[in-house]
Write a protein that binds this ligand. Structure first.
Ligand code: ZN
Length: 126
């Protein structure tokens, strides 16, 4: 279940297209651009309604996933694809209780990202 065309970010429409208590990822859009990416490990519908009520976007797309791990990997892909264009500054965190790491981070890129609970690698000039 997914909608890759833009849907209006309105509570009634979110309730219409997404059942309660689904794991999912989403992107918020405004002015023809992705402005925020996210996921919910417990209730995608509730999370999107919160965004709608806070007026955090005009449109949204979403995907429903079977597992939290699957949702995490897709959120990571969205994060890396849109990095620098959205208001997301912090790399997605792994689902609670899982040690899964991002499949798209590696080497230098990893050091530059602000992973939760870490600081950017300090540079030494000698
Ligand atoms: Zn990553």
């Amino acid at each position: 279940m997914s909608a890759l065309r833009l849907l209006r970010l309105r509570p009634w429409l979110i309730r219409e297209v997404i059942p309660p208590r689904r794991i999912g990822t989403y992107q918020l859009h405004r002015d023809d651009a992705v402005t925020y990416i996210g996921r919910s490990d417990t209730d995608l519908r509730r999370r999107l309604i919160q965004h709608a009520e806070a007026n955090r976007g005009d449109f949204f797309t979403f995907d429903v996933h079977h597992t939290r791990e699957q949702a995490f990997v897709i959120e990571c892909a969205h994060f890396h694809n849109t990095k620098g264009f959205t208001s997301n500054l912090i790399h997605p965190a792994a689902p609670s209780g899982e040690a899964r790491s991002c499949p798209f981070c590696r080497g230098v890129a990893n050091a530059r990202l602000r992973l939760p609970g870490t600081r950017p690698a300090a540079r030494t000039h000698r």
